[in-house]
Design a binder for this molecule. Structure first.
Ligand SMILES: Cc1cc2nc3c(=O)[nH]c(=O)nc-3n(C[C@H](O)[C@H](O)[C@H](O)COP(=O)(O)OP(=O)(O)OC[C@H]3O[C@@H](n4cnc5c(N)ncnc54)[C@H](O)[C@@H]3O)c2cc1C
Length: 394
């Protein structure tokens, strides 16, 4: 192993230790309790959480120093997401710090960097991702939302769908077609849309966990200043793919799976349901998780060395989300009747599930929501296609 890799591993270990100390000493009791019970977090909880991370210098630790980051290595970035997830911390809202921030500091104008990066870093402004449309999810090239230039602004018409937390968002980064005649690679542009603009309508979509995470966003004659175009007109396909690479780092999935497996082991002990069959199921899940973790480390290190084959993130996303779902299913089985008694009121502050341990309702909520984890961030079938093409040469 090279000296640089040794140093990177040491730095990542130090970061893990700092995060454990932070969790023990700084993490507020209410956030810790809510996340331990998998309760519903509202916008103010998430903003509070992101600001706490920012105060530690971590929310944008992966950004370059020039823009206030710490220029973390990929190993530190992985350690950060993984360690927080292992501890069962809330989700790191990715739309600002992880997705659009890097697009802006890489491709944006000096004015866009000055205007948008500081409030992204502090989560003073909340962002949503306007990629998917009806008929254009896996196949983003099929998107139809149009932005036609009229003098110093664009007029945007179209519909986005599955837009996570659009109901909270101040801004939407949006893929739009700026010409009808060219193929996607030359017709898609990357536009920043103020959600308060006239003509923007957000309609909720209920998910089967009974909560409001997702939305349709309708855009009708929305006037967007031309200065909100990122980079060049028609070059948005490249920026969109750059962003998807960041989306698919999937750093947290290994840690989330470990956290869930540890809880499952406790439940198996507490519930008195221990059996040879359950032990065998637990053993198999743990072995798969150990293999996934090793693969994730190898993937991160090969990306750092530039020896990756380009499909590592897809492999980890695919195996990680499927394994996480298997662990959740085993947990629901182990909960017995408490695993089917679902009451959304139990998931707000002070609420308790009708049966079983105090986190039973939250475990069920997460299980229901995470059925979608093999769809968002690139559906499993699409990841399999990437692996087949890149690794197997099919
Ligand atoms: C909970 C959740 C949150 C989301 N949040 C956001 C968000 O904030 N912003 C945003 O822009 N989008 C978001 N999405 C949308 C998400 O990115 C899309 O759902 C995803 O890309 C799949 O697209 P689709 O739903 O149109 O399904 P489709 O692409 O129509 O796929 C339908 C089925 O066909 C399969 N399929 C598609 N193409 C192929 C192929 N080439 N080969 C084999 N099988 C194929 C898929 O795997 C899937 O099983 C979210 C989705 C969910 C479920």
């Amino acid at each position: 192993m090279t000296d640089a890799m040794h140093e990177a591993r040491d730095a990542a270990e130090r970061l893990r230790q700092e995060i454990r100390n932070f969790y023990g000493r700084v993490m507020p009791d209410d956030l810790r309790a809510k996340s331990r019970r998998h309760q519903v977090l509202d916008k103010s909880d998430y903003v509070h959480w992101m600001r706490l991370l920012h105060e530690q210098g971590w929310a944008i630790g992966h950004w370059p120093k020039e823009w206030g980051g710490q220029a973390w290595t990929l190993l530190e970035r992985f350690a950060f997401e993984d360690q927080l997830a292992r501890l069962g911390c809330p989700w790191i809202i990715p739309f600002g710090v992880k997705y659009v921030g890097p697009v802006i500091y890489t491709f944006g104008s000096p004015a866009q960097k000055a205007r948008f990066l500081p409030p992204i870093a502090t989560t003073a402004e909340f962002w949503a991702q306007g990629y998917s449309e009806p008929g254009a999810g896996s196949d983003l090239a099929a998107l139809r939302t149009e932005a036609i230039r009229h003098g110093d602004h664009y007029v945007v018409n179209g519909q986005k769908v599955w837009t996570t937390y659009a109901q909270w968002a101040d801004w939407l980064f949006c893929l739009v077609k700026t010409t009808r005649d060219e193929p996607a690679q030359r017709s898609i542009s990357f536009l920043l849309i103020d959600m308060r603009s006239p003509g923007v309508t957000v309609k909720p979509i209920a998910t089967m966990d009974g909560f409001h995470h997702l939305n349709e966003v309708w855009l009708e004659d929305v006037r967007v200043p031309a200065e909100n175009l990122v980079g060049e007109e028609g070059a948005g396909w490249g920026y969109a793919k750059f962003l998807l690479k960041n989306e698919r780092t999937a750093g947290a999935i290994v840690g989330m799976a470990w956290h869930a497996l540890e809880r499952l082991k406790d439940l198996a002990r507490e519930s008195g349901r221990a059996s040879v069959r359950l032990d065998a199921r637990l053993g198999e899940l743990e072995l798969c998780l150990m293999a996934l973790e090793e693969a994730a480390y190898q993937a991160v290190e090969s990306m750092m060395l530039g020896t990756d084959h380009g499909a590592e993130a897809s492999l980890i996303k695919l195996r990680g989300t499927e394994l996480y779902q298997h662990i959740a299913e085993a947990t629901i089985d182990t909960l017995g009747v408490a695993g089917v008694a679902y009451d959304t009121a139990a998931l707000h502050a002070g609420g308790l599930p009708p049966l079983g341990p105090d986190d039973a309702g939250g475990i069920l909520k997460d299980h229901l929501y995470n059925r979608a984890s093999t769809i968002f961030g690139g559906a499993s079938e699409v990841q399999r296609n990437i692996v087949a093409k890149t690794v197997l040469g099919l």
